[in-house]
Design a protein. Structure first.
Length: 72
């Protein structure tokens, strides 16, 4: 007889930049609870997107929000 141990879900966070013009468009990056993104862990493309999103806050993207993301 095997026993399955269920691990509780791990709470992770993402920093979300929502488009000001297209509700379905946005960018999200893994972060800690304080909204700090580990830039060194991002791919070149993700790093470029992250810096772009930060640059156009208020023009293309809203202020970013930290949101929990449940990972099972």
């Amino acid at each position: 007889m095997s026993t399955t141990h269920s691990n509780p879900p791990t709470e992770r966070f993402e920093l979300r930049f929502q488009s000001l013009f297209d509700e379905g468009r946005g960018l999200a990056f893994d972060c800690d609870a304080g909204g700090h993104v580990d830039i060194d862990a991002l791919s070149d493309r993700a790093r470029s997107n992250y810096f772009y999103a930060r640059t156009v806050i208020g023009r293309e993207f809203a202020m970013p929000r930290v949101e929990p993301r449940i990972v099972h």
